[in-house]
Ligand binder design. Structure first.
Ligand code: GLC
Length: 420
């Protein structure tokens, strides 16, 4: 064993270490970092405060990124490719999951988040958290596309809530007064949101992007007709402003909320914001499923969206990261985020929460829309597929390509991507 002198040396070294740590203030905290969207109402900051209070040994750091979701995806991917541990926690759109999981950049959470716990969450959000049979994300925020309308304006015109493409155009033409009041605003910019809107119209015409066995069908007549209708909204019927091709979610919400549009396609968060006390359209809006092609064989469709938390494979603090995930995705965590940042919860139970129902009486209807929402293709190369589609759908919207040319070109590129 050690000699007496050696023991003395160890004891002295120990004392020096303790004194040094104390001199630094405290023992070093475990730091965990996340890249997030810009804060909507300070909910995540509040969560940070509460989490750190409950876990004084953890320092939770939020880095606020840009609002364009694909840029945040690139920021995460760049750091993963360099195998950096910059981000411990990954706040992920469901469409990123296959890519990040297939690359081995995020870790499976099956041990920590087993099927019995998964059952407490909406099925679409769980499906969007899985890749190759494993689960990589705990859902925080659910999303599904829907149509908002001005109840007061429809009532004044004696018009009923539109169900089909034609209904929406007819109501718009009857009520609009551009440029002060447009018929229909949506997300027409070249980015992921455009694909969410486009797919809802394609599905509503009986078409699709890929079949179940990954055949590309986006150049087939239902999709071409769907894109033609979207082009016509701007250029033929003139019920959507030409500027709609620069709109993301927020630009279209502002137009609607300021009273400048009768209809809006957007995610559920708009309902709460448009009903705030300072909103000029408070109490004047309704929600309904997105319109579909006329005909008994066609049905409305909603794109499934949503966000959740995963853990980086390069994180050195995976246990602390998991603690935060449990905290944020708990009943109380999601309730706080709902009230402060208008997130739509992913836990079934929160759709029956009395405080939420009091503030959001439309939640039973929203719950049904959420349960019926459809996923975008769950493919590791979905990002590239979507990019190709975005470019050509955009070109059609500004009339640089016809809908048929656009979708033939997109389909050819997507076939190449799938063959790689
Ligand atoms: C919302 C959805 C997300 C989608 C994005 C597109 O954030 O939750 O799934 O990709 O909008 O803009």
């Amino acid at each position: 064993m050690f000699s007496r002198r050696m023991r003395l040396v160890f004891i002295i070294l120990g004392i020096v270490f303790v004194l040094f740590s104390c001199a630094q203030g405290t023992f070093a905290k475990t730091k965990i970092t996340i890249l997030m969207e810009p804060s909507a109402g300070g909910g995540w900051k509040e969560l940070e405060k509460r989490f750190e209070k409950a876990n004084p040994d953890i320092d939770f750091v939020i880095i606020e990124g840009p609002s364009a979701t694909n840029i945040r995806e690139d920021m995460y991917a760049t750091s993963f490719m360099a195998k950096e541990s910059t981000y411990d926690l990954i706040y992920m759109d469901l469409i990123w999951v296959p890519k990040f999981a297939a690359a081995g950049w995020i870790i499976p959470l099956d041990d920590r988040f087993p099927p019995a716990k998964q059952k407490e969450f909406l099925p679409g959000d769980i499906m969007g958290s899985k890749y190759a049979g494993k689960i990589y994300r705990v859902p925080v925020q659910s999303d599904a596309g829907m149509l908002y309308y001005r109840k007061d304006l429809l009532a004044k015109g004696g018009l009923s809530v539109p169900e089909t493409w034609d209904d929406l155009v007819k109501c718009s033409l009857a009520l609009q007064n551009p440029p002060n009041l447009w018929g229909f605003v949506w997300q027409g910019k070249q980015y992921e949101g455009l694909i969410c809107d486009f797919l809802e119209v394609v599905w509503g015409a009986g078409g699709d992007l890929l079949t179940e066995d990954n055949q590309v069908v986006i150049d087939q007549p239902p999709a071409v007709d769907a894109l033609q209708w979207m082009v016509d909204l701007i250029h033929k019927f003139k019920v959507s402003p030409p500027g709609v091709t620069t709109y993301q979610e927020e630009e279209s919400r502002h137009a609607f909320q300021e009273g400048k549009a009768i209809f809006l396609r957007n995610w559920p968060y708009v309902w709460t914001l448009s009903n705030k006390d300072d909103s000029p359209i408070k109490g004047k809006i309704g929600i309904t499923p997105m319109v579909h092609r006329p005909g008994p064989e066609y049905k409305s469709a909603a794109t499934q969206g949503g966000w959740g938390l995963g853990i980086s494979a390069f994180s050195k603090n995976k246990e602390a990261a998991w603690k935060f995930i449990e905290f944020a995705t708990s009943y109380e965590g999601q309730k706080l985020l709902h009230f402060m940042d208008v997130i739509i919860p992913t836990r079934h139970a929160l759709f029956k929460d009395q405080d939420i129902l009091k503030e959001s009486p439309h939640y039973p209807d929203l719950y049904k829309v959420q349960l019926g929402a459809r996923p975008r293709p769950m493919h590791p190369r979905y990002g590239a597929i979507s990019d190709a589609l975005q470019i050509h759908v955009s070109a059609a919207l500004v009339k640089r390509e016809t809908p048929l040319q656009a979708l033939k070109a997109a389909a050819a590129e997507i076939r190449d991507i799938l063959a790689r």
